[in-house]
Structure formats: structure tokens, C-alpha cells
Write a protein that binds this ligand. Sequence first.
Ligand code: G3I
Length: 362
Amino acid sequence: MGAVAPVPSPPHPVFVKAFLALAVGAAAVAAAAGCRDDAPVAPTAPAQAQSREQAPTRRSGPPVLGAAVSWDLMRSSRPYRRLFLAHYRALTPENVMKMDSMAPAPDRLHFTEADGLVRWARRHDVAVHGHALVWGKQLPAWMSGRDWEPGELRSWLESYVKAVVGHFRGRVDDWDVVNEPLAANGSLRRNLWLREIGPGYVADALRWAREANPRARLYVNEFNIEGRSRKTRGMLALLKGLRGDGVPLDGLGLQTHLTTSFNPGRAELRATMRRYAALGLAVDVSEMDVAAAPGRRDALEQARIYRRVAAACRDLPACGRFTTWGFTDASTWLGTAQRPLPFSAAGEPKPAWRAIRSALRR
Ligand code: G3I
């Protein structure tokens, strides 16, 4: 379903009903069209090919190796596309599935780019991890500075989550439902959703996603929770609360944005991952990169850090996915000068790549 005819904003309850109808329609279309992912998926695809009930918090086989991708570059750059396909069978869309891309107006969904990426991925047997349904950043421009009626934003968000998850049902069944809900001190970050809806928005979003796709694997995704910290304690408390309340939740994404001078030690990382896994959750590496200074010494230290995290993922049955946030230094949110990824800007494998491959293959 591409862009639908816009109707006047501001968002009015009647549009929310229409939007919700879209959501129901999308789910019904997906279900009726047999969009379940019966096509072969990548041989090492995560449990998304299985029904959620069987979704293991223990993976079978090695962790799935993935990377975030720029859809613009995937379409326009043959070297970028070939480098990805030579080494990866799973991807996370870097930007095209975010709210600012898919909700350009209060009552309009825009799936063109995201559908194009998903079509391309299925054609190449590449699994897609949806990112990110609810986040305090990259919000649509129309949301900024708006005065919301009580309950209005929550109704809009319910319609949005159900419409998006329903639209991709059977093609994208793993979702970062709530991205970066915490502040550095471990409390809920005062983003738009907390301010306008309250702390229940996290559970709301997860429940709505489950309603739209009973077989989806639903994640919370966060950075700087890989070692001992107030934020890690806050995340453990959040997850325990969600699990205790019976909120649908299948996994946690450890973004793992590190540097050669800021990174958790081996024992601290493994102990932290085990604490999350003890909650009965998948514990995936979802966005790893390691900013490094020029020169061989930092390149080797970077490789050591990648190896440490990849080995910790390999050795934890609950870690089903090892994803880097990009794969070539030519395209990284940090800027090429930070050289954070496994392949150089010229597409050459770095010591980091060899470290990841050897750690995951063992
Ligand atoms: O789409 C607009 C384009 O129309 C405009 O011409 C251009 C210049 O202003 O900006 C484009 O939007 C940019 C967008 O990426 C798409 O390229 C935004 O300015 C830019 O801020 C945005 O950056 C993204 C960032 O999230 C936003 O916070 C990065 O590409 C993306 O890698 C990064 O990814 C996040 C994860 O989603 C969550 N975890 C942290 C990670 C790094 O911040």
C-alpha cells in the first residue's frame, strides 16, 4: 500500500478512526494475501521464520550476521550492494522504516521506500529486522510544537503501530518496537511519548504490535546498557516490570555503540548479557560499531573489541543476532573519519571483519 489520499489535518478523531481502519485493512490484506513469509528466508535467518510461540530464546545455529543499510545507497551504489550481498543475509533499515519516513502527514502512511527495501531483501533471501516503531527522535515534522488533546497522541500512535506492523506482517516479523526509552540515569527518557502519553506508552506499543502481528518478535532497543551502569539497572527494572505485567516482549537489542576507549570488559559484558537473558528474552547485538583512530594499533584494538562482543554473542544461546550499524566506513552515522565498521571506505576487509567472522564461526 503506497501513500493514501491525504485528508485535512490537524488530526481529528474521525481521521484516527479512518487511520485505524487502514491499520485493520493492512492487517487483513496481509493475512488474506497470504503474505506470511512462506518464501524461503535466509538459511541462517532468525526465528522470525518460526511461529512466535516456538520463538526460542535459545537460537539454533550461530548468531545471524546482519548490518544496517542505507536504502538510498543500496539502490544507487553497485559496490555497496555487492559488498553487502557478499557477506550478509540480514539487514536493519537505517532510516526508511522510521516515523519521519513513514508518517509524512498525520493521516497518511508512506511505505514506498520501505516496501522497496523489503522487496529487494526478499528477492535476495535477506531477513529484515524492522526499526524503529516508537522513538523520541526522527519524528515527523508535523508533530513538533503541536498541542495534543488528551488521548489524541495515544490514539494516533495506536493507529500507527497497528497500521505499520500490519502492513509488513509476514514480510517483517522482527521489530524494534520501542527504541531508546531510557535516559542515562536509568529513568524513562522525557521524550514526546512519555510527556504526552505517560510511562505506559512502552507497554502500549508492545501490546499494539502484538495485536497487529501475533507472530512478531518484539524488541526494546537501547544503547549504553552493555555493562554495569545506572542505565543498565534501569533497563533491567523496565524489562522485569514489562515481563511481570505480562506485556508481550521477546527480546532486547544491545546497540553496542563503542569506541576503542569506551567499551565493556569481557567479564562485565558477559555477566550483563546473562542478566538480561535470565529474564527469558533474546539478547541481541543490534547496532555495533567501534569508533577508532587512524593507524594499525587502533585497528587491532577495534578488532579485539569486535571479537569480544561477537564471542559473547556466540557463547550466549539467547543471542540470535549480531548486527553492525552499517558495514563499510563509507557510510556510517559517525562519519567516515571515525572508521567504525568492519570494511574500509574502499570496501576492503579490516582486522575487525576477520575478528567478527572467526568469532562467529567457531
Ligand atoms: O532525509 C533527510 C533529507 O531529506 C535531508 O536532505 C538530509 C539533510 O538534512 O537529512 C535527511 O535526514 C537525515 C536522516 O538520517 C536520513 O539520512 C537526518 O538529517 C539525520 O539526522 C539522520 O541520522 C540518522 C540518525 O539515526 C538520526 O538520529 C542516522 O542516519 C542513523 O544511522 C541513526 O541511527 C540511530 C538508530 O536509528 C538508533 N540507534 C542510534 C543510531 C545512531 O544515531
